[in-house]
Design a protein around this ligand. Sequence first.
Ligand SMILES: Nc1ncnc2c1ncn2[C@@H]1O[C@H](COP(=O)(O)OP(=O)(O)OP(=O)(O)O)[C@@H](O)[C@H]1O
Ligand SMILES: [Mg+2]
Length: 268
Amino acid sequence: MSGLQIDKLSMRFDLPNGSSVQALQDVTLNLQAGELLSVLGPSGCGKTTLLNIVAGFLAPTDGQIILNGHQVTGPDAERGMVFQQGALFEWMSVRENVGFGPSMKGMAKAEKHKIVDHLLDVVGLQDFKEKAVYELSGGMQQRVALARCLANDPDVILMDEPLGALDALTREKMQGLVLKLWKETGKTIILITHSVEEALLLGERLIVMAPRPGRIHKEYRLPFAEMGVDQDLREVKKHPDFGQTREEILSMIWDMEEEIMGRSEDAA
Ligand SMILES: Nc1ncnc2c1ncn2[C@@H]1O[C@H](COP(=O)(O)OP(=O)(O)OP(=O)(O)O)[C@@H](O)[C@H]1O
Ligand SMILES: [Mg+2]
């Protein structure tokens, strides 16, 4: 069976002072292979925890993750992660960073070079392949991170605020690149973002999570990612449904933040 099942996932963190945090409660989600899901929600609602469990970095207190019919019990190259920033190997060149996964697998040099060259073409960094990571701009570094993730040929790509540290223009270009990669590679992608616009543009499916306990509050199926594959993203944003859904989600998250603030003021 292909696809990713997130099945009744719960996660409780027990703290040294005896209290505990219910970071996730009963989160269930079935993704078909090739789906692109974006995840929104206020700070602390469990987004990163969810991604870390799917990545296999954390074991849930309840529930399970099933990928292509088998249970996830730890990290594996079938699930690649792209972080917000700073996850590249600073002492390696661009080419070595992208080729890291294939090298670890013991892939023959000629085949590895072919894959690395192809991916550097895809992300537009062919001319930078001998550069060191610190010589690159933030946007270029994130393109290396995407290429390095793709070099492992994962079934699922997990992204935690991958474009969050970029300036607005670079971010927009990268959003187009994510859509292009999604269409060309057919990977299943889960993308966490704090930007409502980005979540609308990049998620053919979108979940809004709520905190305390972290859970799925609302789910949308959206046409904008598909539209953005061959339309200018600025044009997609002008679609009347885009603006309407953006306002609806913004109010939803705003209300949650208000409630959280209210509660912490009560506690003070
Ligand atoms: N290792 C940990 N130990 C204890 N508590 C944790 C741990 N990791 C996360 N938490 C708690 O679990 C909750 C969810 O955290 P998480 O990092 O998943 O939120 P998030 O939605 O990613 O937030 P943000 O948008 O700020 O990145 C928070 O209350 C956080 O304090
Ligand atoms: Mg987070």
